[in-house]
Design a protein around this ligand. Sequence first.
Ligand code: BGC
Length: 751
Amino acid sequence: MNQIEQLISEMTLAEKASLCSGADFWHTEALDRLQIPAFMLTDGPNGLRKQAGKADHVGLNESIPATCFPTEVTLASSWNRALIEEVGAALGAEAKAEKVGVVLGPGANIKRSPLCGRNFEYYSEDPYLSSQLAKHAIQGIQSQGVGASVKHFAANNQEHLRMVLDVQVDERTLREIYLASFETAIKEGQPWTVMTAYNKVNGDYCAENTHLLKEILRDEWDFEGVVVSDWGGVDDRVASLEAGLDLEMPGNQGINDQKIIAAVQSGALSEAVVDTAVARILRLAFRVQEQMQSVTDDSVTHHQLARKAASESFVLLKNEAQSLPVASDKKVALIGRLLEEPRIQGGGSSRVNPTMMDTVQEQIHMKLTEEGAASYYPGYLLNEDTDADLIQEAVAGAAAAEIALVFLGLPQHYESEAYDRQHLQLPVNQTELLAAITEVQENVVVILANGGPIEMPWLSSVKGVLETYLAGQAMGGAVADVLFGDVNPSGKLAESFPMKLSHNPSFLNFPGEKQQVAYREGLFVGYRYYDKTETEVLFPFGHGLSYTNFEYRQVTVDRKELTDEEEVTVSVTIQNTGQRSGKEIVQLYVQEVNSQVIRPLKELKGFEKVALEAGEAKVVQFKLGKRAFAYYDETRHDWCVTSGFFNLLIGSSSQTILGSQQVYVTSTAVHQLKFDRNSLIGDLAKTPAGKQVLQQMNLAPEPSDPADSNDTQLMDEMTNKMPLRSLVTLSGGRFSEETLTHIIETLNANG
Ligand code: BGC
């Protein structure tokens, strides 16, 4: 008996039940009699939200000061694994200094719709990118001896009715998109905990979902940590324990403990199930205790890290006539109320109380030489009222300047946890202001603060657009660094910007009806849809500009043929052909040439961010194995590759493919084809025994004119697509029912 088993054997049932839920809002239960410590869990993911006073899970009450790092949507645009790990480590260090055992993050949900109110807390519309980044965030946090809680498992893609919503999603889509976004993060990131989502998936609450928690998370992915509920996300506590939910948070005043006790006493629940959950919770409690030493963290260093992370994540969406960077001797008009009241983070449970704040104005003043000047004009109100005086002042200021830097974005109440966005537009008073400014000034650059895509009907009227998303407490310094060229922008979009909301594939059934939402677009989320339907987007997934240029050449592969048990290495040379150092995000997409199953046109399967001095060239390599080529086969319940050609596409965005190679991948899987009366005659050719039967049968009647290839094709198509049972009815007596039964038995026996 190990120590944990020993302890459990000494516990009463009531003690065990009490450990399965929190003691209060943020702490687990202690059991002093057996020296079992309690520990604290708290939000995440873009900074610590430790509430010393009154507790809540929607960010209403004050928390202790902590570094407000850029939100996930911003960080994701860095596509920089190491950077995200570094930010995770800093967050972990702050948690440890505050004696927090588990940080509730990162969020790894897919951005199904740009309307989801919480998209700023998630990374991407693409599961490969999202899972890679979540993995590194987890590893960063946990490098400090603090647990991460990857959330919200799974398919939590909208806020509307999040606590009761039933997500209807087919298994293949679930596996390839929504679960894939967690899979690598969990298998390779090894989070200490996984947080279940509030919603149901295919009829069962995630907290009670045996398929998600037991069959996939535990049995397939070998997850050994603690599964914790989202706050208040448990309906039937007994069913959730049975499905594999260990810890219910927050505490339930003993109500659910009583249900657990009663279920064990009545025989409805095996005590062994409770023991398993308790064992996992104890292992976590001791793990946290072991790591709990006193450390101090350095808020100044973390602020600098927040600035570096933000500036590396900003996406330069447009830069006509090299309007950016701004020279330091320019006369600049700084316009926009958001300069005074910056939006640096989203609303809800992730809200951090920043340790300090940079302001854009101060930071820009520091960049200017004596010849330069910057004047500020609010231009609009954040309450959306149009103020003609403010517009007039800003227009006069813009006309008098050499360049207008216009700071626009979504007011706080436009996007938040607990509700979704209504549309993708900027407030009208902001676009009115912009229109007036572009009348008098031709050098206009828009700097955006928003948690997700917006429509930009005004795009052609401005020279440049810099997307900063929600960039954390050092946003001011980071913006100044990029606008004035001390940092060369290197972020790329981790999501598509549609031209209009109605172009988004989930538009017709978001946010669902009658407490249900059906993911009818299936696999075709984000660029997977825009690509396939040739729908023009405003900015594609993976897009982002730099102040320098990169050239892509020599895409090569180390083999042209491989089996699905082997790997292929793809190489490409990238050269910085411009005048200043910069970073490029090189993307690798895989495209099956003639797929037998319905697939997206291409899918991201690799990316690397590479730093290059002016003139420097580097070779970037990617390794691709089976999963890069596979799809999830619902009938075989497995990842499968069909033998065939695949294009390996190297690009600087999902729509700028700059080189490619083709490989042939052979499937090694021996999938025994089972035949019955309704199997197709054409399928016989897929097995050796079937081929023999085909030869013996010599089925196809002679076409009327052998030279007429049309006839031949017609006959072949007709015959191949007939069910085997047609042999009896259409063979003019050559096949009896008995013969057919015999053939099917022989086929299934011989494979
Ligand atoms: C959110 C979680 C958060 C928890 C605790 C819930 O409302 O969905 O993401 O970690 O509250 O604040």
